[in-house]
Ligand binder design. Structure first.
Ligand code: ZN
Ligand code: FE
Length: 254
Protein backbone atom coordinates (compact mmCIF):
# COMPACT_ATOMS: atom_id res chain seq x y z
CA UNK A 1 0.00 0.00 0.00
CA UNK A 2 1.20 3.49 -0.76
CA UNK A 3 1.21 6.48 1.58
CA UNK A 4 1.47 9.53 -0.68
CA UNK A 5 2.40 13.05 0.47
CA UNK A 6 2.26 16.12 -1.71
CA UNK A 7 4.92 18.82 -1.35
CA UNK A 8 4.20 22.14 -3.10
CA UNK A 9 7.44 23.78 -4.32
CA UNK A 10 8.47 26.67 -6.60
CA UNK A 11 5.47 28.54 -8.06
CA UNK A 12 3.13 25.69 -8.84
CA UNK A 13 5.03 22.38 -8.82
CA UNK A 14 4.05 19.33 -6.81
CA UNK A 15 6.70 16.86 -5.69
CA UNK A 16 5.43 13.56 -4.26
CA UNK A 17 6.90 11.53 -1.44
CA UNK A 18 5.60 7.99 -1.80
CA UNK A 19 6.10 5.33 0.86
CA UNK A 20 5.38 1.66 0.33
CA UNK A 21 4.13 0.85 3.81
CA UNK A 22 5.11 -2.87 3.98
CA UNK A 23 8.78 -2.43 3.12
CA UNK A 24 9.34 1.23 3.99
CA UNK A 25 10.69 1.90 0.48
CA UNK A 26 10.24 5.62 -0.16
CA UNK A 27 10.33 7.35 -3.52
CA UNK A 28 10.42 10.97 -4.53
CA UNK A 29 8.57 11.61 -7.77
CA UNK A 30 10.03 14.47 -9.83
CA UNK A 31 12.07 16.41 -7.25
CA UNK A 32 12.17 19.93 -8.65
CA UNK A 33 14.33 20.90 -5.68
CA UNK A 34 15.98 19.00 -2.84
CA UNK A 35 15.74 20.97 0.40
CA UNK A 36 11.98 20.91 1.11
CA UNK A 37 11.83 17.22 0.14
CA UNK A 38 14.65 16.27 2.51
CA UNK A 39 13.06 18.32 5.30
CA UNK A 40 9.67 16.66 4.83
CA UNK A 41 11.15 13.14 4.65
CA UNK A 42 13.03 13.78 7.88
CA UNK A 43 9.92 15.18 9.58
CA UNK A 44 8.03 12.01 8.62
CA UNK A 45 10.94 9.76 9.61
CA UNK A 46 11.05 8.32 6.09
CA UNK A 47 14.32 7.28 4.41
CA UNK A 48 14.34 8.09 0.70
CA UNK A 49 15.33 5.01 -1.33
CA UNK A 50 14.30 6.00 -4.86
CA UNK A 51 13.79 8.92 -7.19
CA UNK A 52 11.28 8.38 -9.99
CA UNK A 53 11.62 10.91 -12.82
CA UNK A 54 9.00 11.40 -15.54
CA UNK A 55 11.02 13.67 -17.84
CA UNK A 56 14.14 15.79 -18.10
CA UNK A 57 12.86 19.32 -17.39
CA UNK A 58 14.66 21.16 -14.60
CA UNK A 59 11.52 21.50 -12.49
CA UNK A 60 11.35 17.68 -12.38
CA UNK A 61 15.00 16.63 -11.98
CA UNK A 62 16.55 19.70 -10.31
CA UNK A 63 16.84 17.97 -6.91
CA UNK A 64 18.16 14.61 -8.19
CA UNK A 65 21.85 14.94 -7.41
CA UNK A 66 21.48 16.64 -4.04
CA UNK A 67 18.92 14.10 -2.81
CA UNK A 68 21.05 11.23 -4.07
CA UNK A 69 24.12 12.69 -2.34
CA UNK A 70 22.18 13.05 0.92
CA UNK A 71 20.49 9.63 0.89
CA UNK A 72 22.28 7.32 -1.58
CA UNK A 73 18.92 6.70 -3.24
CA UNK A 74 18.47 4.97 -6.59
CA UNK A 75 17.39 7.06 -9.60
CA UNK A 76 14.89 5.65 -12.11
CA UNK A 77 13.99 7.47 -15.32
CA UNK A 78 13.06 7.20 -18.98
CA UNK A 79 15.30 5.05 -21.17
CA UNK A 80 14.39 7.23 -24.15
CA UNK A 81 15.90 10.25 -22.38
CA UNK A 82 18.71 8.64 -20.38
CA UNK A 83 21.24 11.29 -21.41
CA UNK A 84 19.17 14.13 -19.98
CA UNK A 85 18.27 12.64 -16.56
CA UNK A 86 20.95 13.57 -13.98
CA UNK A 87 22.30 10.51 -12.13
CA UNK A 88 19.97 7.99 -13.82
CA UNK A 89 20.77 4.38 -12.79
CA UNK A 90 17.77 2.36 -13.96
CA UNK A 91 16.27 3.10 -17.37
CA UNK A 92 12.65 2.15 -17.98
CA UNK A 93 10.27 2.31 -20.92
CA UNK A 94 6.88 1.32 -22.22
CA UNK A 95 5.37 -1.73 -20.52
CA UNK A 96 8.21 -2.19 -18.02
CA UNK A 97 7.29 -3.25 -14.49
CA UNK A 98 9.18 -1.23 -11.95
CA UNK A 99 9.49 -2.92 -8.55
CA UNK A 100 9.10 -0.63 -5.57
CA UNK A 101 9.22 -2.40 -2.20
CA UNK A 102 6.31 -4.88 -2.20
CA UNK A 103 4.57 -2.80 -4.84
CA UNK A 104 5.04 -2.36 -8.55
CA UNK A 105 4.52 0.37 -11.12
CA UNK A 106 3.78 -0.11 -14.80
CA UNK A 107 5.63 2.36 -17.01
CA UNK A 108 4.12 4.01 -20.07
CA UNK A 109 6.01 5.94 -22.73
CA UNK A 110 3.97 9.12 -23.18
CA UNK A 111 5.93 11.36 -25.59
CA UNK A 112 4.62 14.78 -26.60
CA UNK A 113 5.59 17.28 -23.89
CA UNK A 114 9.12 15.90 -24.25
CA UNK A 115 10.20 13.05 -26.48
CA UNK A 116 11.21 10.81 -23.56
CA UNK A 117 8.37 11.47 -21.13
CA UNK A 118 7.10 8.48 -19.12
CA UNK A 119 4.32 7.88 -16.58
CA UNK A 120 4.23 5.49 -13.60
CA UNK A 121 1.00 3.64 -12.84
CA UNK A 122 0.61 1.85 -9.50
CA UNK A 123 -2.36 -0.34 -10.45
CA UNK A 124 -2.96 -1.82 -6.98
CA UNK A 125 -3.16 1.69 -5.51
CA UNK A 126 -5.04 3.40 -8.34
CA UNK A 127 -2.27 5.99 -8.50
CA UNK A 128 -0.86 7.54 -11.67
CA UNK A 129 2.21 9.80 -11.67
CA UNK A 130 2.07 11.46 -15.05
CA UNK A 131 4.40 14.46 -14.72
CA UNK A 132 3.54 17.08 -17.34
CA UNK A 133 1.60 14.82 -19.74
CA UNK A 134 -1.90 14.94 -18.23
CA UNK A 135 -2.98 17.76 -15.91
CA UNK A 136 -6.27 18.31 -14.12
CA UNK A 137 -8.36 19.73 -17.00
CA UNK A 138 -5.26 20.12 -19.15
CA UNK A 139 -2.24 18.55 -20.79
CA UNK A 140 1.41 19.52 -21.22
CA UNK A 141 2.63 21.85 -23.93
CA UNK A 142 4.10 20.13 -26.98
CA UNK A 143 7.76 21.13 -26.69
CA UNK A 144 9.20 18.04 -28.38
CA UNK A 145 6.29 16.19 -29.95
CA UNK A 146 3.38 16.38 -32.35
CA UNK A 147 -0.34 16.59 -31.54
CA UNK A 148 -0.82 13.06 -32.94
CA UNK A 149 1.88 11.73 -30.61
CA UNK A 150 0.38 13.44 -27.58
CA UNK A 151 -3.13 12.25 -28.42
CA UNK A 152 -1.80 8.68 -28.56
CA UNK A 153 0.03 9.16 -25.25
CA UNK A 154 -3.08 10.54 -23.56
CA UNK A 155 -5.01 7.57 -24.98
CA UNK A 156 -2.82 5.20 -22.94
CA UNK A 157 -3.68 7.11 -19.76
CA UNK A 158 -7.35 7.47 -20.68
CA UNK A 159 -7.56 3.67 -20.91
CA UNK A 160 -6.80 3.31 -17.18
CA UNK A 161 -9.63 2.72 -14.67
CA UNK A 162 -11.96 5.59 -13.73
CA UNK A 163 -10.91 5.33 -10.05
CA UNK A 164 -7.30 6.22 -10.92
CA UNK A 165 -6.02 9.25 -9.01
CA UNK A 166 -4.03 11.56 -11.27
CA UNK A 167 -0.96 12.89 -9.46
CA UNK A 168 0.23 15.47 -11.96
CA UNK A 169 3.19 17.77 -11.38
CA UNK A 170 1.58 21.23 -11.43
CA UNK A 171 -1.32 23.16 -9.90
CA UNK A 172 -2.61 24.61 -13.18
CA UNK A 173 -6.21 23.57 -12.70
CA UNK A 174 -7.96 26.91 -12.25
CA UNK A 175 -6.42 28.41 -15.41
CA UNK A 176 -7.09 25.16 -17.25
CA UNK A 177 -10.75 25.33 -16.22
CA UNK A 178 -11.13 28.82 -17.72
CA UNK A 179 -9.76 27.56 -20.99
CA UNK A 180 -11.82 24.34 -20.93
CA UNK A 181 -15.01 26.39 -20.51
CA UNK A 182 -14.04 28.42 -23.59
CA UNK A 183 -14.19 25.32 -25.81
CA UNK A 184 -16.70 23.14 -23.95
CA UNK A 185 -18.93 25.57 -22.06
CA UNK A 186 -22.12 23.52 -22.59
CA UNK A 187 -20.65 20.59 -20.66
CA UNK A 188 -22.61 20.61 -17.38
CA UNK A 189 -20.08 18.38 -15.63
CA UNK A 190 -17.32 20.82 -16.58
CA UNK A 191 -19.29 23.88 -15.43
CA UNK A 192 -19.93 22.24 -12.05
CA UNK A 193 -16.31 21.16 -11.72
CA UNK A 194 -15.02 24.65 -12.53
CA UNK A 195 -17.14 26.05 -9.68
CA UNK A 196 -15.76 23.44 -7.28
CA UNK A 197 -12.22 24.28 -8.36
CA UNK A 198 -12.76 27.99 -7.70
CA UNK A 199 -14.07 27.18 -4.23
CA UNK A 200 -11.17 24.81 -3.49
CA UNK A 201 -8.59 27.38 -4.58
CA UNK A 202 -10.34 30.14 -2.64
CA UNK A 203 -9.69 28.02 0.46
CA UNK A 204 -6.04 27.66 -0.59
CA UNK A 205 -6.40 23.89 -1.09
CA UNK A 206 -4.87 21.76 -3.86
CA UNK A 207 -7.06 20.47 -6.72
CA UNK A 208 -4.58 17.64 -7.34
CA UNK A 209 -4.83 14.64 -7.39
CA UNK A 210 -7.88 14.53 -9.60
CA UNK A 211 -9.91 11.46 -10.52
CA UNK A 212 -9.39 10.03 -14.00
CA UNK A 213 -13.08 9.17 -14.48
CA UNK A 214 -13.91 12.85 -13.99
CA UNK A 215 -11.10 13.93 -16.33
CA UNK A 216 -12.55 11.69 -19.04
CA UNK A 217 -15.80 13.69 -18.95
CA UNK A 218 -14.46 17.20 -18.39
CA UNK A 219 -10.88 17.53 -19.71
CA UNK A 220 -11.12 18.82 -23.32
CA UNK A 221 -7.75 17.24 -24.17
CA UNK A 222 -9.21 13.79 -23.41
CA UNK A 223 -12.42 14.58 -25.31
CA UNK A 224 -10.98 15.25 -28.77
CA UNK A 225 -12.79 12.11 -29.99
CA UNK A 226 -16.17 13.46 -28.81
CA UNK A 227 -18.30 14.70 -31.75
CA UNK A 228 -19.92 17.36 -29.51
CA UNK A 229 -16.56 19.00 -28.80
CA UNK A 230 -15.58 18.74 -32.48
CA UNK A 231 -18.80 20.53 -33.50
CA UNK A 232 -18.25 23.26 -30.88
CA UNK A 233 -14.90 23.95 -32.54
CA UNK A 234 -16.40 23.99 -36.03
CA UNK A 235 -14.61 20.71 -36.81
CA UNK A 236 -17.56 18.34 -37.25
CA UNK A 237 -16.35 15.14 -38.94
CA UNK A 238 -12.65 15.84 -38.27
CA UNK A 239 -10.36 13.16 -36.81
CA UNK A 240 -9.58 13.09 -33.09
CA UNK A 241 -5.98 14.06 -33.90
CA UNK A 242 -7.19 17.15 -35.78
CA UNK A 243 -9.54 18.14 -32.97
CA UNK A 244 -6.81 17.59 -30.39
CA UNK A 245 -4.38 19.74 -32.43
CA UNK A 246 -6.96 22.55 -32.56
CA UNK A 247 -7.66 22.40 -28.80
CA UNK A 248 -3.92 22.40 -28.02
CA UNK A 249 -3.28 25.33 -30.38
CA UNK A 250 -6.15 27.37 -28.88
CA UNK A 251 -4.78 26.74 -25.40
CA UNK A 252 -1.31 27.89 -26.50
CA UNK A 253 -2.85 31.22 -27.52
CA UNK A 254 -5.44 31.56 -24.76
ZN1 ZN B 1 7.92 19.70 -18.08
FE1 FE C 1 6.93 20.83 -15.21
Amino acid sequence: MLDIRQIPVLNDNYVYLVRETESGATAVVDPAVAAPVLVEAQRLGWTITHILNTHHHGDHVGGNMEIQAATGCHIVGPRADKDRIPGIQTQVGDGDRCTFGQDEATVFDVPGHTRGHIAYWFAADDALFCGDTLFALGCGRLFEGTPAQMWKSLGKLKALPDETRVYCAHEYTQANAKFALSVDGDNAALVARAEEIDATRARGKPTVPSILGIEKHTNPFLRADDPVLARNLGLGGASAEEVFAEVRSRKDHF
